[in-house]
Design a protein around this ligand. Structure first.
Ligand SMILES: *[C@@H]1O[C@H](CO)[C@@H](O)[C@H](O)[C@H]1NC(C)=O
Ligand SMILES: *[C@@H]1O[C@H](CO)[C@@H](O)[C@H](O)[C@H]1NC(C)=O
Ligand SMILES: *[C@@H]1O[C@H](CO)[C@@H](O)[C@H](O)[C@H]1NC(C)=O
Ligand SMILES: *[C@@H]1O[C@H](CO)[C@@H](O)[C@H](O)[C@H]1NC(C)=O
Ligand SMILES: *[C@@H]1O[C@H](CO)[C@@H](O)[C@H](O)[C@H]1NC(C)=O
Ligand SMILES: *[C@@H]1O[C@H](CO)[C@@H](O)[C@H](O)[C@H]1NC(C)=O
Ligand SMILES: *[C@@H]1O[C@H](CO)[C@@H](O)[C@H](O)[C@H]1NC(C)=O
Ligand SMILES: *[C@@H]1O[C@H](CO)[C@@H](O)[C@H](O)[C@H]1NC(C)=O
Length: 347
């Protein structure tokens, strides 16, 4: 009898522990994330590019216009759908975007294109600190993974990633809540675009910290308050804003001054959330993340990426990863160390 009772008590507590450690990936958890996105429709389109969209107007001159210029004003349509569904018990999130921003962008030359991005992935899948997706054992293996632009083309199988769109997503790590693409932290030269190692050249971005690549895909490599709050009027170049010019990394963090709490800024291609620089009210994430920039950030074992002032800034690779004692060789702005969060330690 006593042993039965002890067994019951053990089962009871194991059950409680299991319930407490459940990842937040219910249908309603997913729908709460959808509400963070600036969607233009609330259903999955057969072709996002063919939807009506919502007009964005910009009277800025010297910008490549991704729509029509009417009386000197550029007008384009942004198109964004984010929908959750229950696929036989697995909650999936489908994101469709034409990639155009809800604000002016300073794209001074080249192309600025409308995209057809459309993918579905398991929403916030359960992952474990004991079963890593990446376990780097040397500077060389870490650098090859984090510093190679296309290494994010492979999404962990457990995420169930399916690409339905026509835009190539090889260098994308996710989509921001404003519908703009988030890219790997690397430039086309496989180095930090902002703080390159000796011999490398820094790339320029606009004051919303985004720019276009060769095919005209407007994208972020680093977090910015523009993702969650629309700047009014024109958006100049980062170089013309003193604080941005002197430190893109610090400007990135300071742009979240009105969002000093846990704030969703995007969803990664592996189904995990991407948050701004704050873990909770006033507490900025400066440690507790792994080599991918991901972190076990609560007692439920939820794993997400955070915006940091150090390379890889948003999503360096698809984690969870280990906490190596060395950093990648393609930046002069890496973290001083990687440490487990208190939550990761307790799991
Ligand atoms: C979708 O949006 C339409 C109009 O914008 C609204 O009437 C409808 O209730 C919404 N549907 C859902 C499921 O939110
Ligand atoms: C989607 O719609 C756009 C605009 O109408 C069209 O150019 C494109 O061919 C369509 N794509 C597919 C795959 O049907
Ligand atoms: C959106 O802009 C187009 C011009 O590109 C215009 O014809 C149309 O009326 C605008 N739609 C709305 C809802 O303002
Ligand atoms: C934006 O720039 C255009 C010219 O590039 C100028 O005419 C307009 O006044 C500017 N708007 C604001 C709000 O500064
Ligand atoms: C999701 O689907 C599964 C199986 O089809 C069902 O058991 C479960 O209740 C559904 N969950 C929700 C939140 O609808
Ligand atoms: C990571 O790899 C090291 C060997 O390089 C091994 O000792 C360690 O257990 C691995 N960690 C995990 C969580 O798999
Ligand atoms: C970084 O390390 C990788 C792998 O060893 C190497 O291929 C690359 O050339 C190195 N890059 C720099 C900038 O030193
Ligand atoms: C950001 O600001 C901090 C404190 O003001 C400074 O120590 C750090 O070097 C700056 N980082 C960059 C990348 O400029």
């Amino acid at each position: 009898m006593l042993s039965q009772r002890i067994a019951f008590v053990i089962i009871f507590f194991v059950h409680i522990a299991y319930v407490e450690a459940a990842t937040s990936n219910s249908l309603s958890d997913c729908q709460a994330v959808v509400s963070s996105f600036r969607t233009t429709i609330n259903y999955t389109a057969s072709n996002i590019t063919a939807t009506t969209g919502v007009n964005v107007t910009c009277s800025q001159s010297g910008m490549v216009c991704p729509g029509q210029t009417i009386n000197g004003v550029c007008v384009w349509k942004r198109k964004l759908s984010v929908v959750c569904r229950n696929a036989s018990g697995i909650i999936k999130i489908r994101i469709q975007t034409n990639g155009l921003p809800p604000r002016c962008a300073a794209v001074p030359m080249g192309t600025f294109a409308e995209l057809n991005v459309d993918f579905e992935v398991n929403f916030n899948p359960s992952v474990s600190v004991k079963s890593l997706n990446q376990n780097f054992s040397s500077i060389s293996t870490l650098s090859q993974a984090i510093c190679t632009l296309t290494s994010v083309s492979t999404v962990p199988t457990a995420s169930g990633f399916v690409n339905y769109g026509t835009t190539t997503l090889n260098t994308a790590t996710g989509v921001s809540v404003d519908g703009v693409m988030i890219f790997s932290p690397d430039s086309a030269n496989n180095i930090d675009p902002f703080y390159p190692p000796a011999g490398g050249t820094a790339e320029s971005v606009d004051a919303c910290l985004a720019h276009c690549q060769a095919a005209g895909i407007y994208h972020y490599h680093i977090g910015t308050g523009c993702q969650v709050s629309l700047p009014t009027g024109n958006v100049s170049s980062c170089a013309s804003v003193t604080a941005c010019r002197s430190s893109v990394a610090n400007y990135s963090i300071s742009s979240f001054s009105s969002y000093q709490t846990k704030t969703i800024i995007g969803v990664a291609k592996d189904g995990h959330l991407i948050y701004g620089p704050y873990l909770s009210a006033g507490t900025r994430v400066t440690s507790g993340f792994d080599a991918c920039n991901g972190m076990f950030h609560d007692s439920n074992g939820n794993y997400a990426y955070f915006a940091t002032s150090t390379y890889p800034y948003l999503v360096g690779c698809f984690g969870p990863a280990n906490y190596p004692s060395f950093g990648p060789n393609c930046t002069t702005n890496g973290p001083s160390s990687y440490t487990m969060s208190s939550y990761a330690n307790a799991l």
